[in-house]
Design a protein around this ligand. Structure first.
Ligand SMILES: [Zn+2]
Length: 291
């Protein structure tokens, strides 16, 4: 599932394909829960507009248009936002993927999962939003309009401070992992990076937030930023569907310490990494390094 680094990598690399280009035509799939703005309205409003900037808030992308409206894009679980010419086995169905040798790559052709297709007046590369499971979101905000999804976001994970984390953790009985996943507290951290950050901070994910010390909050805030920045540098994590807008894979998954390493040896102490479920999310930690 795309978290802050994957969304930021998408932002950095899709921006050159969007900014300054006038949209000539918009194609969508039929209405579905992915469209918070009905597809017909989206097609009408986007046509003829020029994208002026692409920003990120938490795990949301915000493409501002020249009429000051704003297209909000969320990648959900399997969203892929990329340009024509991208090629990746992750753009194929699971069955097609399984039938191909790993090194085989195929140029992408828009398919039934390509919910948004933008063509530009300059005749250059089209831009696609593809989402197999459709947990992503598309919403067009009119000039000056906002949305609770954005308004209720907490401090961006790249800017979280230990003091702030410690303040919100006071009196909270929830597991520290759940607190980190709460987008109204820290925006952008998801399952992978919460597990990784808690490992690096030496804090067990099940610990009640109110039992995490000030020093530990400082450590958690620091490693969250370190882990996220490192992941952005390496292109994010491509564990299931994530690809960068040029079709390339991220590489952060190769540096994971605990996430999805159940039963494997801890890089620090050699103990077996454990997997438990917290708040319905698979959670990974080292029983020796994290207390
Ligand atoms: Zn360990």
């Amino acid at each position: 599932m795309p978290e802050l680094p994957e969304v930021e990598v998408t932002r950095q690399r899709i921006a050159p394909f969007l900014v300054g280009r006038r949209i000539q035509s918009v194609r969508t799939t039929a209405d579905s829960y992915l469209f918070l703005t009905p597809p017909a309205k989206l097609r009408r409003r986007l046509t003829g507009r020029t994208v002026s900037a692409v920003q990120r808030r938490g795990k949301y992308l915000l493409a501002t248009l020249d009429d000051a409206s704003c297209l909000l894009v969320h990648l959900g679980m399997t969203g892929q936002f990329f340009s024509a010419g991208a090629s990746s086995v992750r753009l194929l169905s699971a069955t097609a993927r399984a039938a191909l040798a790993p090194q085989q790559q195929v140029d992408f052709r828009p398919d039934v999962h390509t919910h948004l297709r933008l063509a530009f007046e300059d005749g250059g590369a089209e831009v696609y939003l593809r989402d197999v499971r459709k947990f992503g979101k598309l919403l067009l905000l009119a000039r000056g309009e906002s949305d609770p999804r954005i308004e209720r976001l907490g401090v961006d994970a790249l800017e979280i401070r230990g003091t702030e984390l410690f303040r919100v953790a006071r009196g909270r009985k929830v597991a520290i992992k759940n607190l980190l996943l709460d987008q109204s507290v820290v925006a952008g951290v998801g399952n992978i990076y919460a597990d990784e950050a808690l490992f690096l901070a030496g804090v067990r994910p099940t610990r009640r937030a109110q039992r995490v010390t000030r020093r530990e909050c400082d450590a958690i805030a620091l490693v969250i930023q370190r882990v996220l920045n490192r992941s952005i540098e390496t292109g994010g994590s491509s564990i299931s569907d994530f690809i960068a807008p040029d079709g390339s894979d991220g590489h952060y998954q190769d540096e994971r310490h605990v996430y999805a390493r159940t039963g494997e040896a801890c890089h620090t102490c050699g103990a077996k990494i454990k997997r438990i479920v917290i708040g319905q999310r698979g959670t990974h930690y080292c029983p020796r390094c994290q207390s």
